[in-house]
Design a protein around this ligand. Structure first.
Ligand code: IVH
Length: 658
């Protein structure tokens, strides 16, 4: 981005952020999520850091929230109440750490991490141990006197603990918040507990504040009471009679990231909402030495949980051709963090979606990622357009083979009509070897690409004809790896009927339907010979799916493929454990056993798991669902912990199979 472009982008970002702030804070309407707005602010902040000459006093990054409102007395903070700069990933943490190391090269950095409660910051002043005045943060320099309201909060001591040293003035800062359970009844009227806590403190009737079961968590001791470390502050605050978060001292980045990940998981089970952890340089001297930039201390960061939404730019729109010929547009994104992972692609689904979103190449968009769902674009921000954005035109011919694209009436997808299309063949092969199909260990899309380019494989049957000597000349293979792959392919020659049907990649036949067909017909021959009516007799199979299956088995090239597969020696079997598996409790669950069980032998346990539809594997991977540990578990236990796979003991296992 040129300097001029950065300047324009900054202007546009400021305008857009202000627009949404106005909507949210003045009109009480929310057009985009907090996370998306934060993401825009983050981009603005980073651009401004890069080009500080473009920082203006009216920039949202310079704004300190909440002007004092009429009706409360103004209180000037002796020391400004600052706020924290956000980081969202280990990478951003690393950049911060590198920056600090440049500033204080001779210091060993130790961190104190604590929960970042999603509430409302306040300052409390005690004189001779007595609570005298409490104020909001206001603009950071001047806040509002909300002493009467704060006095209704039971966790704020009105007198410091008697054993605390008598001091003329003590200032404590922390967060007023509301527990999730108390928030329940206000859910309809307030967006979140933070808004409600803020609203309750900044209203004029203390009775109302008193009725709202607010709590206070102290996180900063401003006065000097001999603390050398941030951890000392927490200890002293506790001694003074405040509730504080335990926190944890971390010796290095790895420990901080570990804690952050742990809290990310624990977050839901906490009684109050948090939006991250706060990481402070533990040594107060170093913290002071690092000083302040803008309105934030250099020595602390809010290490927030990745929001599931973020804003980024579309660099390009590419087309992907799937195994059934479906052409899906995919947005290539400027990489951005959302929901804990870096996202660089998002599906645009189909041509209509592109039109509906009115998305252009170069646009800034809001992307969303929930759970394991493929990231999608939820909204375009046309306000940030520069005029250089490019319209995307959906082609009428396949981007891979040039074949004609067709879009049957009533369907949203364009499909490549050439069944010999290279992309379709590749995708089919990848599907064929995938976990739920032939599940060939050590064989993935990269090797498939290699085998195709070398002309070694063109149909799935070719895989079974591969010899070690075919692989050896290839760059990525040595004797051992070539042997392993051939063995892995040969080992999968015996396959269950359901997996085999699924592997064929018949349109509309997923894992479930494949199982239904296997259970109903029991042999491939019977499925092959079935009429559409026969197929429709299977529960859950309707006319569209039935027609698709019927047609598949009537196409010459498919019948040829079946013959070829048969010739390679593939044995299709009805596996006992797959029969009537649909309603089985442990269906598709992958187990690893380690250590010995008291109530049964390992073989008995395996049998039981299989009977209930589960699968056993010898080694722990991230695909493992449960690791069952008996006495003296081996290294699998450690691996499971590392990969955060669910670990269960014998008692829990027995409960599961009961
Ligand atoms: S330390 C320099 N610690 O998060 C500001 N803040 O922008 C010192 N917050 O305004 C803040 N939990 O309202 C700190 N354990 C914690 C916190 C915490 C919540 C809030 C606070 C602050 C904002 C950060």
């Amino acid at each position: 981005m040129t300097k001029q472009e950065a300047k324009q982008r900054i202007e546009k970002l400021k305008k857009l952020i202000n627009h949404h702030r106005y909507f949210y804070h003045v009109l009480n309407r929310q057009e985009i999520s907090d996370a998306a707005l934060d993401s825009l602010k983050h981009e603005l902040y980073q651009l401004e850091q890069q080009y500080p000459e473009f920082i203006t006093p009216d920039s949202p990054t310079q704004r300190v929230s909440g002007k004092p409102c009429q009706g409360f007395e103004k209180i000037k903070h002796k020391i400004p109440m600052l706020s924290l700069e956000d980081i969202f990933s280990e990478d951003e943490f690393r950049s911060w750490e590198d920056y600090l190391k440049r500033l204080v090269p001779n210091e060993t950095l130790e961190y104190f991490c604590e929960l970042k409660v999603d509430g409302f910051a306040i300052s409390l002043i005690y004189e001779d141990g007595i609570f005298i005045v409490g104020s909001t943060r206001g603009d950071g320099k001047i806040g509002e006197d909300v002493t009467q309201n704060l006095k209704t909060i039971e966790s704020i001591p009105l007198r410091l603990a008697p054993e605390a040293p008598a001091l003329s003035e003590v200032e404590v800062r922390g967060e007023v918040y509301m527990e999730k359970k108390d928030f329940e009844k206000f859910k309809k009227t307030y967006a979140n507990p933070r808004n409600l806590a803020a609203g309750s403190i900044r209203q004029l009737d203390p009775k109302l504040a008193g009725s709202r079961s607010l709590k206070f968590l102290a996180y900063d001791l401003v006065s000097e009471l001999g603390q050398k470390k941030h951890s000392d502050k927490h200890r002293i605050l506790k001694e003074l009679g405040f509730k504080t978060d335990e926190g944890i001292i971390c010796k290095n980045r790895a420990e901080v990231v570990d804690y952050w990940q742990k809290i990310t998981k624990k977050r839901e089970t906490l009684p109050f909402q948090i939006d991250g952890i706060v990481v402070n340089i533990n040594d107060n001297n170093i913290f002071q030495k690092l000083g302040i930039v803008g309105k934030s201390p250099r020595g602390a960061r809010a290490f927030k949980f990745s929001p599931e939404q973020a804003t980024t730019q579309i660099l390009d729109i590419k087309l992907q051709v799937g195994r059934t010929g479906a052409v899906t547009p995919v947005a290539v994104l400027k990489p951005v963090e959302a929901g804990g992972v870096t996202i660089s692609r998002a599906t645009l689904h189909n041509e209509d979606e592109i039109k509906k979103l009115d998305v252009k190449i170069g646009d800034t968009v809001i992307i969303e990622r929930a759970g394991d769902v493929i990231p999608a674009i939820s909204r375009v921000l046309p306000e940030l357009r520069t005029g250089k954005e490019k319209e995307f035109h959906f082609p009428r011919s396949c981007p891979v083979c040039g074949g004609k694209l067709i879009r049957p009436e009533g369907e949203a997808l364009w499909r490549c009509s050439n069944s010999n299309c290279g992309a379709r063949r590749r995708e089919f092969l990848c599907h064929f070897i995938s976990k739920k199909a032939f599940n060939i260990e050590g064989l993935g899309p990269k090797i498939i690409d290699h085998l195709i380019t070398e002309g070694l494989v063109s149909t799935s049957a070719d895989l079974f004809e591969l010899r070690e000597s075919d692989l050896l000349p290839l760059e990525r293979f040595a004797e051992k790896s070539a042997r392993n792959l051939i063995e892995a392919i040969q080992a999968q020659k015996e396959i269950s009927l359901a997996r085999f049907i699924y592997a064929l990649g018949i349109r509309n036949v997923g894992e479930e339907t494949a199982l239904d067909l296997a259970e109903y017909f029991l042999t491939l021959e019977k499925i092959q010979k079935s009429s559409i009516e026969d197929l429709e007799k299977v529960m859950d199979i309707g006319p569209v799916v039935a027609e698709s299956i019927y047609k598949w088995f009537r196409q010459k090239r498919n019948l040829e493929l079946l013959k070829k597969l048969e010739k390679t020696g593939i044995r299709i079997r009805i596996m006992n454990y797959e029969l009537r598996i649909k309603n089985k409790k442990l269906r598709n669950k992958k187990f690893v056993l380690t250590g010995s069980l008291e109530s049964m032998t390992r073989d008995e346990a395996k049998k039981k798991i299989r009977e209930l539809g589960g699968e056993i594997s010898e080694s722990v991977s991230k695909n493992t669902d449960y690791v069952v540990i008996g006495s003296t578990p081996g290294s699998k236990y450690e691996k499971a912990r590392k990969l955060r796979v669910k670990i269960i003991n014998e008692k829990e296992f027995l409960k599961l199979i009961r």
